[in-house]
Structure formats: structure tokens, C-alpha cells
Design a protein around this ligand. Structure first.
Ligand SMILES: [Mg+2]
Length: 216
């Protein structure tokens, strides 16, 4: 695994990666999505659920799935984050803070679907991280494309500079979803890590609050 020594930049997904999936209760988030589909389509909840899941299997993100079902997925999630009491769910995570202290020699950035930049900043602060510690925070809102599309990842490479556009394998993207994060990163040639578990399709597994599961 010699490529790991060539990594110079680390891109982070936010939701479900810098905090565990379920920290913001999944049932709240999922039920809101179902309700939106029911309201727009007039379907019963069971049909709405099966269609939402079918779309997710095809498209690899709930943001895209909602949009395909006639709901602006980015607007849905940004409104949801505004409405939920995020401060009662997201708390300072000392191990996460310590993790970043152990990774000072990388250029760090956040690339997130379905958050405005100010919402990314708010969530980072709640987790105990300084938004200014990241070189840039990239929100797909208004980008016209969301992960796993290539465009957000290409935008990140552009921000990192021509040397990274030429050698995207020097970037490690860390996320919690195979379909959204790993597939998207690989689409542009970045390396990908999947958190919270092993995944053959990712290049490495990664425990954000513990340690790299590899040595180098
Ligand atoms: Mg995520």
C-alpha cells in the first residue's frame, strides 16, 4: 500500500463521517424524506419508501433521489438542518479533535452534499473543530451536481491546484457511503476511505475517532 505515502490532501465528507450515522436521529431524517415524497406524489408511505429506496439504489444519494422524485433534494436538506436543533445532537468530540491534531501535515477540506457552507461551519464547530482549520469547505448546493457525480470532486481538485488535477491519487477522500463517497472519489481518480467499517471497494478502512487502520 505504498500509495498512502503519496497522499498530500484529505477530503472529508461531513454527515455520517465526522459524526456517526444516527447521531442526528436517522428516523427523524428519513421520516421527513418520506413525508416529503408522500406530500408531493400523493403515494402511501409504503410505496413512497420503496420508490425512495429504488431511486437510492440507482442514484447513490438521497439528495439525488429526492430530486428525481420531484423534490429539490439540496433545498430539502438545507431546510431540514435549519429546522432541527443540531446543537442537541452534535457535541464536541475530543477524539475527533485529537485525530486532526495527529494529521497536521495534510491539506484538509470538506466536501459535502446538502449543506450550505454556513451549515458545514456550524456542524464543525458543534463537533469541536475549527472551520478555519480546513483549507476550504465545499458545498454542492448551487453547484448543479452532487456526489457521486464527478463535478463536486473535480471542483475540489481545482481548488487544490493543477498538481492535484494532474495527480488526483494524491487526494484521499473519506466518507461513510460507498455509493456516494467512494464511487464519486474513484470516478475522478482520488483514493477513497470508508469509515465505520471495512469495504472491499474502498482503498482503506478508516476509524475517524481511533486511528488509521494502516501503518505507514
Ligand atoms: Mg455522509
Amino acid at each position: 500500500m505504498t500509495w498512502i505515502t503519496d497522499i498530500q490532501a484529505i477530503g472529508w465528507d461531513l454527515d455520517g463521517t465526522l459524526y456517526r450515522p444516527g447521531t442526528i436521529p436517522l428516523n427523524i431524517v428519513y421520516e421527513r424524506q418520506l413525508k416529503a415524497v408522500v406530500d408531493v406524489k400523493g403515494w402511501d408511505p409504503g410505496h413512497a419508501r420503496s420508490e425512495l429506496e429504488r431511486m437510492y439504489e440507482q442514484l447513490g444519494s438521497y439528495t439525488k433521489s429526492l430530486t428525481a422524485l420531484g423534490i429539490d433534494g439540496e433545498a430539502f436538506f438545507t431546510q431540514l438542518w435549519d429546522e432541527l436543533p443540531l446543537g442537541s445532537f452534535l457535541k464536541t468530540d475530543k477524539e475527533l479533535v485529537a485525530l486532526f491534531h495527529r494529521l497536521p501535515n495534510y491539506r484538509h477540506f470538506v466536501l459535502s452534499n446538502s449543506n450550505r457552507v454556513d451549515q458545514i461551519e456550524q456542524k464543525l464547530r458543534l463537533l469541536g473543530l475549527d472551520p478555519g482549520g480546513f483549507e476550504f469547505l465545499l458545498a454542492t448546493v448551487n453547484m448543479g451536481a452532487v456526489k457521486p457525480d464527478a463535478r463536486p470532486f473535480l471542483a475540489a481538485l481545482e481548488r487544490l491546484g493543477p498538481e492535484f488535477e494532474a495527480q488526483p491519487e494524491r487526494v484521499l477522500y473519506v466518507g461513510d457511503r460507498l455509493e456516494t463517497d467512494v464511487v464519486g472519489a474513484h470516478r475522478v481518480g482520488m483514493k477513497a476511505a470508508l469509515v465505520w467499517g471495512e469495504c472491499e471497494a474502498a482503498d482503506i478502512g478508516f476509524e475517524p475517532c481511533m486511528s488509521w487502520r494502516i501503518s505507514y
